[in-house]
Design a protein around this ligand. Structure first.
Ligand code: NAP
Length: 294
């Protein structure tokens, strides 16, 4: 039987109403929720992403301000902008678009954001709280993957889970979360000797690497839940030799779907839900600022 498709767009649509309601409640009782996005440089992809974020915010009632800076902005000046937003009670969320120019230390800039306003959940304080199982704000991509795992219906307790990729904002938080849910977790990375030997044991396989078609049918246990976080642009040729660009994940979807139990497509899986989880984080951040622990 072909795999059940874990539809990220449908999951995002399901989340939208409750997020809008939370934002409306906060706005009525405590004032507007406001996300400030910082974009350095005039990269077209960055600008497009920032614009789509603006649209998403308005859809759920969040105010959005895009602050654009020239590529020549110095690190000290950018940090001063972040400090200014940290101190402004009218700004309830801050997001720093990547990539930053080379002369700016991206980690230092990201870490400067107040953990209660860090809507991407990537500051050391937020990752640290995650370790204790009490995140202030958790990383949105990991949240999206978790939501889709819940939708698969897989019982995590005692399940064999394999996470391929160990980045700080995707792979590692997911491994940690699964471990806390009592799954038996294997973390695979660039030094893993025989990837398929591990992934073939997985009841739950999460792939967050950035390599198109890294995972084929030989890597997957029949009936497994497969969550593909990867987003890759590839060039394909049609029969007439015309080239076009296509977005694919890290999993060879067409080859794996017939044997998996459930699978996320790319596009239309983790990606659209991640954007909605960002909106949820923006609303959560504002709520948690009312009752700060730190
Ligand atoms: P990243 O920081 O580059 O991390 C990639 C990870 O994959 C690293 O841990 C690396 O191992 C590991 N790796 C590389 N080659 C490997 C191989 N051949 N076998 C096993 N592991 C390998 O990337 P990321 O930020 O986590 O993003 C991963 C992918 O997810 C990208 O395609 C990105 O575009 C996508 N993404 C999607 C969303 C979404 O909303 N859907 C959000 C964020 C990212 P080492 O650490 O050992 O080098």
């Amino acid at each position: 039987m072909p795999a059940r498709i874990l539809d990220g767009r449908a999951a995002a649509a399901d989340q939208r109403n409750s997020i809008s309601a939370a934002v409306a409640h906060h706005t009525t009782h405590h004032g507007p929720i406001r996300l400030c996005s910082l974009l350095v440089g005039s990269d077209e992809a960055g600008l497009l992403y920032a614009k789509s974020q603006h649209h998403r915010c308005l859809q759920v009632g969040i105010q959005h301000e895009l602050l654009q800076f020239d590529n020549s902005i110095g690190e000290r000046q950018l940090l001063a902008e972040i400090d200014r937003l940290n101190a402004n009670p009218l700004t309830t969320g801050i997001m720093l678009h990547m990539p930053l120019p080379e002369h700016i230390d991206a980690a230092r800039a990201q870490y400067r954001i107040d953990p209660y306003k860090d809507v991407e959940g990537v500051s050391p304080a937020n990752i640290g709280w995650l370790f204790y199982g009490e995140p202030i704000i958790a990383p949105c991509t990991a949240l999206a993957a978790i939501e889709l795992i819940k939708r698969s219906g897989l019982e995590l307790r005692g399940a064999e889970a394999v996470v391929v990729g160990q980045s700080r904002i995707v792979g590692r938080p997911l491994s940690l979360y699964l471990n806390m849910q009592m799954a038996t977790v294997t973390s695979c990375h660039i030094a893993t000797r025989d990837l398929a030997a591990h992934t073939r044991n997985a009841d739950l396989l999460i792939v967050a690497v950035g390599k198109p078609h890294l995972i084929g049918p030989d890597h997957v246990k029949p009936g497994a839940v497969v969550i593909d976080v990867g987003i890759n642009k590839i060039t394909i040729k049609d029969d007439a030799g015309n080239e076009s660009r296509k977005t694919v994940g890290d999993v060879d979807f067409d080859a794996v779907a017939p044997i998996a139990g459930a699978i996320t497509p790319v596009p239309g899986g983790v990606g659209p839900l991640t954007v909605m989880m960002l909106m949820r984080n923006v609303a959560e951040a504002a709520r948690k600022q009312l009752d700060r622990k730190l």
